[in-house]
Design a protein around this ligand. Sequence first.
Ligand SMILES: Nc1ncnc2c1ncn2[C@@H]1O[C@H](COP(=O)(O)OP(=O)(O)OP(=O)(O)O)[C@@H](O)[C@H]1O
Ligand SMILES: [Mg+2]
Length: 231
Amino acid sequence: MLEVRELHVGYGRIPILNGVNLSVVRGSRVGILGHNGMGKTTLMRALMGLLPVKSGAVVFETATITSMQPHHRARSGIAYVPQGRQIFPQLTVRDNLRMGALRAPDGTMERVLDRIPRLKRLLDRPGGALSGGEQQLLAIARALCGKPKLMLLDEPTEGIQPSIIEEISELLIMLNETESLVIIVVEQNLEFIAGLARRIAVLQKGLIVREVAPTDLHNEQFVEEFVGMGT
Ligand SMILES: Nc1ncnc2c1ncn2[C@@H]1O[C@H](COP(=O)(O)OP(=O)(O)OP(=O)(O)O)[C@@H](O)[C@H]1O
Ligand SMILES: [Mg+2]
């Protein structure tokens, strides 16, 4: 469904991704693990078309999208929930969702809210007045209003209380299982990623250096040795 081939991306002359390869099939839930500054956000932004690619290719379904504009990628079914959520803090929850549903058929927002009922009683509040976890749910809901086939999430658990982390995990698994939403999630929270992803790619120094199974993350020695992020 998504093929990333030998992707090179950088800022100015500074290389950050040095030939990333990643193959994601239909129905997947893929985790990407890596230390701070390893290029996880750079990879997500490049997949969404927010950063130019120096070389390599990105193929989504049957189309090569390597230099496609972000809004075209969104229309073809890729959604991006950025690190730090980036909802509109001054707009109400309802208007945040409307921004995501601009091109969606009538009733889309209501269907999304049925998936995330917690947001229903917050519709008239400004986005900025929500808790971090509620804002993350809002960011996911807004992305869902575009009816994506693939969702890219960048550190959705960052700074969020455990009860909502669990809720986010359950929501993403439900969307994956019932609506075949393909999920690629960047994380540093090992427990979250072990519960959510079925495959985990480790990003180090601009390369995916290996893939591990969720169960490997329960083995502390393994984590120390290969992921280098002991819990
Ligand atoms: N706009 C930019 N201009 C120049 N360098 C940048 C820019 N954005 C990021 N970088 C650098 O690129 C490298 C990778 O950054 P990136 O944000 O992709 O890492 P990350 O793995 O997402 O980190 P984190 O875990 O902190 O979110 C870092 O060294 C960072 O300083
Ligand atoms: Mg990042």
